[in-house]
Every structure is written in structure tokens, then in C-alpha cells.
Design a protein around this ligand. Structure first.
Ligand code: NAI
Length: 711
């Protein structure tokens, strides 16, 4: 019977199981615990072996196989990954919900792999563990399906740090089977003979339990609750009564790799073991079994994203073309010292999984190849962070086509080139997280960066439509506008800001948006120095000018411009249709006119620009001004107009109603807008982004105003 490939994505369960201390102790005895491990076998201060989790969900595995319509005569447990979120209490009810994640084809005579994932919750409300497993279906290969991803765990080239030798009892399977796996192969000599074995064999998961005890005894003695992850591949069979050795290598703090061998033959019984341990952070965001691509991950922000994704369990494609900040000199190929390879080495040293890719995002072939690397090595792609970037700043007239095209090529076409093949896979699998990297230069404008700001805001346009196309496939597309110290910002950012803007301050937002937990799509977040906010496009209620009989003209616009521009009750639209619907409704029922005095507020702190500057010396924070030497020039137009400057030097502030001959930056505003800002009705960022505040000169230094004054 052919496999049911349509079952991918289908839910399995829920399954519930009540258990108490007797089940916990029976399991522990089944995996070799005894007086030497009394904590697992005696109800007084009973501790639960983390691998007990598998006994509690064992019965669910059959349902995955049945749903996938595999040939039950040929199934074996292939790989098992357990991620522990909270300690397992000694009694209660467990509820498990699962999903079939994928089916891979190993070839006609080689079989198929069904990948399932489940989450188990305790009756106390806590999520206890996630199980990711593969069922190896020997008789179901050759359906021309997706190939199995290649994964290889490298063991250190040295003797193990710990070797735990044990001898399972000759009748061990007879005890173990009472925890759930009653398959006759482990109990019935006749059945075992008919299946080609001399006698009943050990359950692979029983040996797994022996390994779990061994890992805890060496790495977290007496503290099974500190186990965070236990993953492995079942490699060959074992007869009960044969001596086994669990070989353990500590690879970094909180991480070890392990295998179990037959001590008589050296045959590997369980391979590719990973064990992670430490205090279990409450509900940590994890990326286990997720495959992530990070472009431009050889340096700066991308490198930090890749390291943290891998540290939280993702398999990462570290892409970087190399080269200088303006994009020249890239194409280092598979050079061992390429930036991408160096990040991969760092991930692997810490026990993570990653592969380097040195393709150029700016070409369609490069984009295809980056995604192909993810598929060839890890089998799929779940997360894509479009991060690669270069700069070629010039004032607009000097911005020749080469500068323009190079920057649009890497940022905009680069994101298109990688996202398109990745999006295809995400659509097929019904899951994806995509990040675009924009910039404040694109969102708000920045002198000398027409190429960069055009490319960066175009990425917001790409997100806006992609979020709609991905919506029904659980593909979430969001955008981050970072502010971080990197080679791109060195020399551009003021030194004091550069020193405090590690990419690590941006990374948490990007990782959150890449996670299963991210509920939003189509959002833009500013992130830097530990400050996060959302940027969005708002649309004013507007005004109807003219009607069907009378065309609007420029004079009528002039008369209504205040109402058209007024952002009071402004709305954010999710898509074009929503905005068009509102437009049609507004034609039928026009928004109310804004009265001329609508913005006036008699209860303001400052009534005039002069009052603001009179108050400013009292608002100055001299303790925040050490080492700062700046002059802010204000040019205020309209009612109460005037020029004032604030000169700050040697932790002192001088304010004068005049023009300074060498201001660090000049801030130009209309009096009502200036008063609205100083009275806290709008933020400086809102004033700046809506064009009410124009800043000339060193824009970055203008950000010091908020730090220097109690406004
Ligand atoms: P970075 O220069 O440290 O890292 C960018 C990486 O992209 C480099 O390793 C570079 O080799 C790689 N790259 C360049 N062109 C490539 C190509 N064609 N194919 C593949 N890789 C390529 O810069 P940083 O600051 O980490 O920038 C990361 C992203 O964040 C960029 O998109 C940048 O525009 C954006 N950004 C950064 C800001 C900041 O404050 N650092 C501010 C706003 C946006």
C-alpha cells in the first residue's frame, strides 16, 4: 500500500495518560535502575527520569504510523529528540498533541522516514516536553519524494570524557515492556526467531533509558530535572545480558555528545547522541529541528543572529559573500578562513549545527544556491533572515548608476533572490518565518543615502505583499530596523553610541519574530541599544474635496490641506483593500471637518517657544553631559518665531536667542509643532518622520537632546 503523503501537516491526538509513582518506578526498574539509583525507585523523594517521557508517549507512535499508512511490518524507531521544558512530576495526567511534519524518501530499497512531532502537557498546566522522532519505514521507499536531509554529528577526536559500563539483565525486556511497548519481538522467543533473531532483543528505548541514567550520573548527578535535551539515532540491535558502554564527550558548558556501544563487539547501538543540561529556563524560545538561513551572517548583526539561533537548537545556513563594506572584494568561495566558515566553526565548537555558504545574494543563482544548501544539508528551510547588506553613500547628484545598482542589487534584489525559492518550500510545508532588514534611513530618510534608503523602504513593500501571500500557510513576514555597532556604522555613529550598541541588543527582537511564538505578520520594529518600538504607516481620516459634479482643484486642496494632513484618528491598514473600502465609505459619509482651533490646548506646559528656551537650563542634566561638546540650533517659524541655540560643553549648558556660527545640528520647526512636541503631544520621532521636524547637520547627535534634557 502506498504511503499517504497527504497526511503531512495532519494532527495526531490528543492522547491522555494518567500515571502515578508506580509507573515512574516501573519504568526506572525497566531501564536498569536499582538500589544504586534509589532516587528513581523509591516513592520517598521520588525523582522522575527524563526519558520516562518516551514511555508516556510510546503508544502515540503507532498512530503516526497508521495515519501515514506505512507498512507496519517494516517500521523501526529511527531518531528520537526530546526537549524538556519543565521537570516531570511523579504523578498526574499527561496530554499529548502531535503532528506529522514530513515524509522523506530514502530510495526504492532503502525505505522512507516519517517525521512526527508532539508536545506533552501536564495536568498542572505546564508544558513538559517536545518529542521529535523519525519512524524508519523499511518497506515504503521509492515514491520519488523529498530526499532525506543529511545530518552528521561529529564526535571529538579524543577519548570520551566519561565511560559508563552496565550490564542489562538477561530478562530486562520483560520488565521494560510493562511500561508500554509490548511488541512480542522483545518477549517471545518464537516470534524473535521468526524475525531472524536468536532470541528476544532489547527495546532500543530501553537502552536509551540506560543511557539517560548514565548521562545524568556523570553530568548532573542527582539532578535529573536539569536535563534539557536528549537526542539520538538508533543504530543496531542488542541482546539482553550483553555489556554496554555509554561513551560521553563534554563539548561545551551544558552540552555533551554520546553514543552507546556493545562492549563485546564495539558495535554502535545508539549513535549521534546529544545531551543538553543546565537550569531549564521557563518557557525558553527554542528552534530545535528548525532550519534557518541567515544572509550576510559572517559579521555584524547576521553573525549574532546565527550564533543565537544555533545555540537555541536551529540548524543554520551561514551565508556570507565576504568582501568590504561597499561590497567589493567578495566571493571567497569555500575558503576555510571565509567569514561564513569562521562563524560555522564557532557554532560547531559550541556543539551546534551549521553549514557555510559563500554565494552572492545579489544574483538569482546565488539565491537559489543558498536555499539549495539548506535543503541538501538539512532537508528544508523554516526561517530566513534577509540581512546581507552594503553601503555606497553619496549625495544624490554624485550617486551614479553603479552606486545605485550595487546597493539595490544586494538589499532589494538580494532579498527577492533568496526569499523566492525559500517561500516556495515554506508554502509547501505550511510554515515559515521571514525577516526583512530595513533601516531608519529608509523609514525616515538620511542625507547621502538615496540608494540605501530606497532599497531599504522597498523591502517594506516586499513584506507588505508577501505577508498576504503567506498568510494562509503560516508564513509570517516581519521587518527589523536595527541600530547596531558594526563595520557599516563605524565612523557614522557617534563614538559614545557606537560603544553601547552591540548587535546583541538587536538580536532578541529578530529571534522572537523568527520563533513559533511570533503572532504578528507585516510589522516593522526598530531595535537598538535595548530600545524597541514599532514603526507603521498611518493614514489620516482625510477630507472629501469636490464631489461627483465638481472636480477638486488645487485651490480647494489648499483650503483643506490642514484637514487632509491631520493625523488625529489616523488608521493603520493591513492591505490595499481595507484602505479602498474606507475611501468608498468616506465618500458616502465624509470625515468630520477639523475645526481651526482643534489642535489648540489651553492646558499646555509651554505656551510659546520663548517659554521653552527659558525653561531649558532648568531641565538640563549636567551629569549626562560629561565629554559632550555640541551646539543645537533651533529655528522656529510661525507664531512666536525666533532662533535659539543650546551650546553644551564641559557639562554646562548655555542657551541664547541667536544663531550660532557653527551648530552641530540645526532643528527647524513650525511653532505649533514645536510646542506640540515640547508639551509631549507628539514624540520627536513622530515629528521627524512626519516632516514636522527638519534636522540638518549631524542627525545622530540630535538624538542626544533627549538624553541631555528632562523633557
Ligand atoms: P556588516 O557589514 O557587519 O554585515 C553585513 C554582512 O553582509 C557582511 O558580512 C557582508 O560580507 C555580507 N554581505 C554583503 N554583501 C553580500 C552579498 N552580496 N551576499 C552575501 N553576503 C553579503 O553590517 P551590519 O551592520 O551587521 O548590517 C546587517 C544588515 O543590517 C544590513 O542589511 C544593514 O543594511 C542593516 N542595517 C544595519 C544597521 C546598523 O546600525 N548596523 C542600521 C540599519 C540597517
Amino acid at each position: 500500500m502506498a504511503l499517504n503523503l497527504k497526511c503531512i501537516g495532519e494532527k495526531v491526538g490528543p492522547f491522555t495518560k494518567e500515571y502515578d509513582h508506580k509507573d515512574v518506578i516501573l519504568y526506572a526498574l525497566g531501564v536498569g535502575a536499582g538500589f544504586s539509583d534509589l532516587q528513581y525507585c523509591y516513592e520517598k523523594d521520588l525523582k522522575v527520569l527524563p526519558s520516562f517521557s518516551i514511555a508516556s508517549i510510546f503508544e502515540t507512535l503507532a498512530d503516526f504510523a497508521i495515519k501515514a499508512e506505512v507498512n507496519l511490518a517494516g517500521i523501526l524507531h529511527g531518531e528520537q529528540d526530546l526537549i524538556f521544558h519543565n521537570p516531570i512530576p511523579p504523578e498526574g495526567t499527561l496530554t499529548t498533541n502531535g503532528q506529522i511534519k514530513n515524509i522523506y524518501d530514502k530510495g526504492r530499497d532503502k525505505g522512507a522516514l516519517v517525521i512526527g512531532e508532539s508536545e506533552t502537557f501536564h495536568s498542572n498546566g505546564q508544558k513538559l516536553y517536545t518529542s521529535i522522532f523519525s519512524l524508519f519505514c523499511r518497506l515504503d521507499g521509492g515514491f520519488e519524494g523529498e530526499k532525506t536531509p543529511k545530518t552528521k554529528l561529529t564526535f571529538p577526536q579524543r577519548d570520551p570524557d566519561f565511560i559508563v559500563e552496565e550490564t542489562p539483565r538477561v530478562d530486562q525486556p520483560l520488565i521494560y515492556r510493562l511500561s508500554g511497548d509490548i511488541f512480542p519481538l522483545h518477549a517471545d522467543p518464537k516470534f524473535a526467531k521468526a524475525s531472524g533473531f536468536e532470541k528476544p532483543i532489547m527495546h532500543g528505548l530501553c537502552t536509551h533509558g540506560f543511557a539517560c541514567r548514565a548521562l545524568i550520573s556523570e553530568l548532573i548527578p542527582g539532578e535529573p530535572d536539569k536535563a534539557r535535551r536528549m537526542a539520538c539515532r538508533f543504530a543496531s540491535t542488542l541482546y539482553p545480558g550483553v555489556v554496554i558502554k555509554t561513551l560521553i564527550w563534554k563539548t561545551s558548558e551544558g552540552k555533551a555528545v554520546w553514543k552507546v556501544v556493545n562492549a563485546e563487539t564495539d558495535d554502535i547501538i545508539i549513535n549521534n547522541g546529544i545531551f543538553e543540561y543546565g537550569n531549564i529556563p521557563k518557557d525558553e524560545i527554542r528552534f530545535d529541528n528548525r532550519v534557518a538561513i541567515v544572509t550576510g551572517a559572517g559579521a555584524g548583526l547576521g553573525r549574532v543572529y546565527a550564533l543565537e539561533l544555533a545555540a537555541r537548537g536551529a540548524k543554520v545556513v551561514v551565508n556570507d559573500y565576504g568582501g568590504s563594506p561597499d561590497g567589493t572584494g567578495g566571493g571567497l568561495g569555500d575558503n576555510a578562513s571565509s567569514p561564513a566558515q569562521m562563524v560555522v566553526d564557532q557554532i560547531k565548537e559550541a556543539g551546534g549545527e551549521a553549514v557555510a555558504n559563500t554565494d552572492n545574494v545579489a544574483s538569482p543563482e546565488g539565491g537559489e544556491n543558498i536555499v539549495k544548501t539548506a535543503v541538501d544539508v538539512f532537508g528544508t528551510v523554516d526561517i530566513l533572515i534577509n540581512n546581507a547588506g552594503i553601503l555606497r553613500d553619496k549625495s544624490f547628484v554624485k550617486m551614479d548608476p553603479a552606486h545605485w545598482e550595487a546597493v539595490l542589487g544586494v538589499h532589494l534584489s538580494g532579498a527577492y533572490n533568496v526569499t523566492r525559492p525559500a517561500f516556495k518550500i515554506m508554502k509547501e510545508k505550511g510554515y515559515g518565518r521571514i525577516i526583512m532588514t530595513t533601516s531608519a534611513a529608509g523609514l525616515y530618510g538620511n542625507f547621502g543615502q538615496t540608494n540605501y534608503s530606497s532599497a531599504k523602504l522597498a523591502l517594506v513593500g516586499l513584506m507588505n505583499t508577501l505577508k498576504l501571500e503567506g498568510q494562509k500557510y503560516d508564513i509570517k513576514v516581519n521587518t527589523v530596523a536595527p541600530l547596531a555597532a558594526s563595520r557599516l556604522t563605524k565612523g557614522i555613529m557617534p563614538d559614545e553610541i557606537f560603544e553601547k550598541s552591540k548587535p546583541e541588543y538587536v538580536m532578541p527582537m529578530t529571534l522572537y519574530l523568527c520563533s513559533d511564538r511570533c503572532p504578528v505578520t507585516g510589522n516593522i520594529y526598530n531595535a537598538g541599544m535595548g530600545f524597541f518600538n514599532r514603526a507603521a504607516i498611518f493614514t489620516s481620516p482625510g477630507a472629501v474635496v469636490g464631489d461627483m459634479d465638481q472636480l477638486p482643484d488645487a485651490d480647494a486642496i489648499s483650503a483643506k490641506i490642514k484637514q487632509i494632513s491631520n493625523l488625529k484618528n489616523a488608521k493603520e491598514y493591513f492591505q490595499l483593500n481595507d484602505q479602498v473600502m474606507d475611501l468608498l465609505t468616506s465618500l458616502e459619509s465624509p470625515p468630520q471637518d477639523v475645526a481651526d482651533n482643534d489642535n489648540e490646548d489651553t492646558n499646555l506646559k509651554f505656551g510659546s517657544p520663548a517659554a521653552v528656551f527659558e525653561a531649558m537650563p532648568g531641565l538640563f542634566k549636567s551629569d549626562a553631559a560629561a565629554g559632550i561638546d555640541v551646539v543645537f540650533q533651533y529655528i522656529i517659524s510661525g507664531k512666536g518665531a525666533g532662533d535659539w541655540y543650546c551650546a553644551i560643553k564641559d557639562s554646562a549648558c548655555e542657551i541664547k536667542p541667536a544663531r550660532h556660527d557653527k551648530p552641530t545640528c540645526t532643528l527647524k520647526m513650525d511653532s505649533p509643532d514645536f510646542l506640540a512636541m515640547m508639551n509631549g503631544k507628539i514624540t520627536p520621532m513622530q515629528a521627524y518622520s512626519s516632516g514636522k521636524l527638519v534636522i540638518e547637520g549631524d542627525i545622530m547627535k540630535s538624538q542626544l537632546i533627549e538624553k541631555l534634557f528632562k523633557l
